[in-house]
Design a protein around this ligand. Structure first.
Ligand code: 5GP
Ligand code: ZN
Length: 116
């Protein structure tokens, strides 16, 4: 499993930085975003360090994306939203601020839920 010493998300996977776990399996780790856009805003990351979608080897992509529906189900069960947005930023110009591949899962609760 690829690991980057100076990556905060690798430190979260290793347990060196605390996080609120939402889901975990062999390939992915999902945890609450520090800054909650809506209640239950979650990030899912591959345990294998990769900068973003461009640098992700096919086998890592396959296991990572294969687990995303399980994270969505875990969020649905825990927070009972009425909808869910998935968002993935790649490179600074697209809003990426942490350079370890991740998908935002943003639970939706209807009009005025804070995510416009
Ligand atoms: P990006 O802007 O790269 O798509 O998203 C990075 C996200 O990581 C941001 O929404 C930010 O709030 C979140 N984040 C940054 N550092 C930490 C951290 O140490 N713990 C958690 N739980 N979230 C973090
Ligand atoms: Zn990393």
């Amino acid at each position: 499993m690829n690991h980057s010493e100076d990556c905060i998300f690798c430190k979260i996977v290793a347990g060196d930085i605390p996080s609120a776990k939402v889901y975990e399996d062999e390939n992915v780790y999902a945890f609450l975003d520090l800054s909650q856009v809506t209640k239950g805003h979650t990030l899912v990351i591959p345990k294998h360090h990769t900068r973003n979608i461009y640098e992700t080897p096919p086998e890592v992509a396959q296991s990572f994306f294969g687990s995303v529906p399980k994270v969505a189900s875990a969020i649905k069960e825990a927070f009972q939203p009425v909808g869910l947005n998935l968002l993935n930023n790649n490179e600074e110009a697209a809003g990426q601020s942490v350079f370890h591949l991740h998908i935002h899962l943003i639970p939706r609760y209807g009009k005025g839920d804070g995510f416009e």
